[in-house]
Design a protein around this ligand. Structure first.
Ligand SMILES: [Zn+2]
Length: 123
């Protein structure tokens, strides 16, 4: 089977199905972590400061701390714990991801979030 987004060949049992697409894991996680409302300026800033002294907002710092202390965590856990809605989470997470501070992963068929360099046992 082919990923509908990047056109890579994907194993039948590694395909992630969304409403209208079959995706490979990378594309699926990428879509999951994408904010519905795109914020190009925030992403631009994130890229500018990545690698230097990253300047995070309080919300991003809280999110990063929570992920670092509790990974792997799901979006629901994060939203509940940090009192964020899904859009806020995705916007902030995408910044952390661009800065290579956090990433998405799949644990027991669930999409979870972990520090960028964490060695998560993915299944
Ligand atoms: Zn793909």
């Amino acid at each position: 089977m082919q990923c509908d987004r990047c056109k890579e060949e994907v194993d039948q049992n590694e395909v992630f199905k969304t409403q209208d697409m079959n995706l490979c894991e990378d594309c699926y996680l990428d879509m999951m972590a994408r904010p519905k409302t795109c914020d190009p300026w925030a992403v631009f800033q994130a890229k500018q400061t990545a690698g230097q002294n990253p300047s995070l907002t309080q919300q991003q710092q809280d999110l990063l701390d929570f992920i670092r202390e509790n990974w792997p965590v799901t979006e629901e856990q994060i939203c509940k714990q940090l009192n964020m809605d899904s859009d806020e989470f995705r916007t902030n997470f995408s910044i952390l991801r661009h800065m290579e501070l956090a990433r998405g992963c799949k644990v027991n068929e669930k999409v979870c979030f972990a520090p960028f360099n964490a060695e998560v046992e993915e299944e």
